[in-house]
Design a protein around this ligand. Sequence first.
Ligand SMILES: CSC[C@@H](O)[C@@H](O)C(=O)COP(=O)(O)O
Ligand SMILES: [Zn+2]
Length: 209
Amino acid sequence: MNSSTLTDARLELIAAARHFYQQGWMVGTAGNLSVRLPDGSFWITASGKSKGELAPSDFVRIYPDGRVEKAADNSKPSAETAIHQAIYNLFPEAASCYHIHSVEANLVSHFAQADVLPLPPLEMLKGLGVWEENPNCVMPVFANHLQVKRIADEIKERFSVTPPQVPALLIRNHGVTVWAPSPTEARNYIELVEYIFRYMVAAHRVGMR
Ligand SMILES: CSC[C@@H](O)[C@@H](O)C(=O)COP(=O)(O)O
Ligand SMILES: [Zn+2]
């Protein structure tokens, strides 16, 4: 892989972040995006950057052994890097991991039953890989601990025993994270889960169960 390919990977994340920012899903500095490269390292957004106006220099590279490549301006990797590392370790096919904060993701986290969110049997689930008629599907929900490592450890523990039905997880009162074989698919997954969340909030408003 040459350096222009690496730059391209970051450019797709920058475009996705701008789009999510415009949707109100990455306001201020909320959320983080990463892309894994063929050598197993990944680029992740630096911590505390405005997601509406990222540049290639706003990414930090993390190697499989956890080594952090020093960024030119001493930027730190996302505070939620441990969650991306957990996802990449659990799912070898994952090449991109996107995390956003939407109002709907936070609202639906209150519809959870214990530690899962039952999903309506919408056609849209096919886009997340669920090819069943009237699927009985849930999204895993995790507590929002102040220590991100604790969230990452709980993800590792739970998913190594019970793999999720969809490539997404919700952190209560915080946001949603998806992972996919490419940044393009991760962007689609974010849009799909957000559609499902919007549907759930609207259905709740009109009293549908
Ligand atoms: C706007 S505060 C949000 C943060 O606490 C965090 O949840 C988040 O998603 C962004 O953290 P970051 O360290 O910039 O990647
Ligand atoms: Zn977050």
